[in-house]
Design a protein around this ligand. Structure first.
Ligand code: GAR
Length: 212
């Protein structure tokens, strides 16, 4: 994916939107050759929608349907349609808390990335920072990866480490991991926009971490 014109991003989030803000700010500062074409959320009150509106970026809530952990069929169609109409090149999951399945991934094959708050493959799933703390690891971090059919299993593009301190609580560790996320995610999007990431099966090449 090499783009002379800005890479068009579709950002999906369910929460407060700190990763979205980091990416939008990096774009505004001229460090990422991309533009956020559309922000979508499955949560009507999600902070990410307000942050998008403040920045003048089109943002919509789409009703997710009856399931708790995935989109129902109609919602999936609505998400795909909105993103296709916005002509997005890359889907950026930024705290989107539903699993995206077959039809969605087929529509955007190889073009969906996610950020996860642990060093995958350790601690996939929910509250990964708490899983790391409870397990007793001394180093954790965050991972940006392509999204495949599994849960947090796709090819890894970039990671950043975060030490676990003796004094850490779940909240303090989560906060430091989120700080690392705000550095890692814009750097990965910038590298994709420059056409530097090459993927073969599980192996990706080309990302130079802004620090580990
Ligand atoms: C981020 O910490 C992200 O890693 C996590 O949700 C948070 C969203 O924060 N995602 C997952 O756990 C996905 N499995 P944000 O809304 O402030 O960007």
């Amino acid at each position: 994916m090499s783009h002379a014109s800005p890479l068009r991003l579709g950002v999906l989030g369910s929460g407060k939107g700190s990763n979205f803000c980091a990416i939008a700010d990096a774009i505004a500062a001229g460090g990422v050759n991309a533009e956020v074409a559309l922000v979508l959320s499955d949560v009507e009150s999600a902070g990410i929608l307000g942050h998008a509106a403040t920045r003048g970026i089109p943002a919509r809530y789409i009703e997710p349907g009856k399931f708790r952990t995935k989109l129902d069929e109609a919602a999936e169609v609505a998400f795909v349609k909105a993103l296709q109409e916005a002509r997005v090149d890359l889907i950026v999951l930024a705290g989107f808390m539903r699993i995206l399945k077959g039809e969605f991934l087929r529509a955007f094959e190889g073009r969906v990335i996610n950020i996860h708050p642990s060093l995958l493959p350790s601690f996939p799933g929910l509250e990964a920072w708490k899983q790391a703390l409870d397990y007793g690891v001394k180093v954790t971090g965050c991972t940006v990866h392509y999204v495949d059919q599994g849960i947090d299993t796709g090819a890894i593009i970039g990671q950043r480490t975060v030490p676990v301190l003796d004094t850490d609580t779940a909240a303090s560790l989560h906060e430091r991991i989120q700080g690392a996320e705000r550095q890692l995610y814009p750097a990965v999007v910038a590298a994709i926009a420059r056409g530097e990431i090459h993927t073969r099966g599980r192996q990706t090449r080309g990302f130079v971490s802004p620090g580990v």
